[in-house]
Design a binder for this molecule. Structure first.
Ligand code: ATP
Length: 361
């Protein structure tokens, strides 16, 4: 068992304002007493005993720490130090002050495809780096893509929240029942082995939303969304994609591929002509096309509203569905038997379940 520093974190850091809340604790700004440097501290509550439902299992915290320790990249939140006491583990991490990428974009009047690509390229660099170390994030979604500093003209992307990340070992299968319906890949719903390609699917969904303000598989209920994903039921509706280049659509199409081995890898994405144009014409097209800002603002407002609206049922239903799915014969049968649900937001209980389920798979 890893032992973290036992010092009292408050002796070394002055605790400041709350920056955000996760399902297992808060993230606060802190100031290092010795140097005056500002950091963020992620307080993770530990489960007191095996029968308790509150808090995180220590082994899950250790995994998150080990993964962050293994990752040193400009587009990934850096870990500085780890402290523990009986009740919690405190991660001292790089302070990321630019907020979420989607909020930054939604505040703009307009954005060309080339400007959007600058961000996507950085996401790909961070994800490509973690994949080169066989680490998969498994929770890529707009909430986990932040910016270093929103005052800069082109802020750096910072990928956060490695709570569901896994270091994949060759020859070992990893299955999971976790994620947010809109962003999960078919292999998650089908409870078949996951891989780093599972993250690439999520990048396809994020890119689709970024360009159109529409979520590719979104149904009226979570069940419908999940069905759309397993049936690959999505399209590039002309109304929402009229300003989008063919190259951008090609990029997305090569990520929203059911078969994991056929999806583009992060490395391949970085060489795709939409990201790295081969001709002047391709480069010019990207500058002329713009993202659907009206829709995007609407999408983001709805996303923020859903985030603040605590609903318990979604993930619980997802997990229950997936448990059912494991034992059912056909996909159609599986989906028919599932209960309907309203939204795909996660809550304390839902996340608790998702982490517990993920750690047991
Ligand atoms: P979840 O339960 O959603 O998995 P979590 O408990 O793992 O969340 P994070 O997602 O890592 O927690 O952080 C919660 C929130 O705190 C983020 O959405 C973000 O707003 C804020 N936050 C996290 N890390 C930082 C950071 N390094 N700098 C600034 N704010 C941060």
């Amino acid at each position: 068992m890893a032992v973290f520093k036992l010092d009292n974190v408050e002796d070394l850091y002055e605790i400041g304002e709350i920056l955000g809340s996760g399902h297992f604790g808060q993230v606060r700004e802190v100031r290092e007493r010795a140097t005056g440097t500002r950091w963020a501290a992620k307080f993770l509550k530990l489960r007191r005993n095996a029968s308790s439902r509150l808090g995180l299992e220590r082994k899950n915290v250790e995994r998150e720490v080990e993964i962050l320790q293994a990752l040193q990249h400009g587009n990934i939140m850096a870990l500085r130090d780890v402290f523990e006491n009986r009740a919690e583990v405190v991660l001292i991490v790089e302070l990321i002050s630019g907020g979420e990428l989607f909020d930054f974009i939604a505040a703009k009047e307009s954005l060309t495809e080339s400007e959007a690509i600058e961000f996507i390229e950085q996401i790909l660099q961070g994800v490509g780096y973690m994949h080169s170390k066989n680490i998969a994030h498994f929770d890529l979604k707009p909430e986990n893509i932040m910016l270093s500093d929103k005052d800069s003209l082109l802020p750096d992307i910072k990928i956060i929240d490695f709570g569901l990340a896994q270091c994949l070992t060759q020859g070992e299968e990893y299955r999971s029942m976790c994620g947010t319906p809109q962003y999960i890949a078919p292999e998650v719903i089908n409870y078949t082995p996951l891989s780093v390609a599972t993250d690439m699917w999520s990048i396809g969904v994020i890119t689709y939303i970024l360009l159109s303000g529409m979520s590719p598989f979104q149904g009226d209920t979570n069940e419908e969304t999940l069905r759309n994903i397993v049936e690959m039921n999505y399209e590039f509706d002309d109304r929402h994609f009229k300003q989008t280049t063919a190259m951008a659509k090609d990029f997305i199409q090569k990520l929203l591929v059911k078969e994991q081995s056929e999806r583009m890898t992060a490395e391949e994405c970085l060489l795709h002509p939409w990201i790295k144009p081969l001709t002047k014409k391709q480069a010019a097209n990207r500058k002329r096309s713009s993202i659907n800002m009206r829709n995007f603002k609407k999408f983001n407002a709805r996303r923020k509203w859903k985030m603040s609206y605590n609903m318990v049922s979604a993930c619980t239903h997802l997990s229950r569905m997936q448990l059912l799915c494991k034992t059912r014969d056909t996909e159609n049968q599986e989906l028919r038997q599932c209960e309907s649900d309203q939204e795909d937001t996660e809550t304390n209980r839902a996340s608790l379940m998702r982490r517990r389920l993920s750690s047991s798979s």
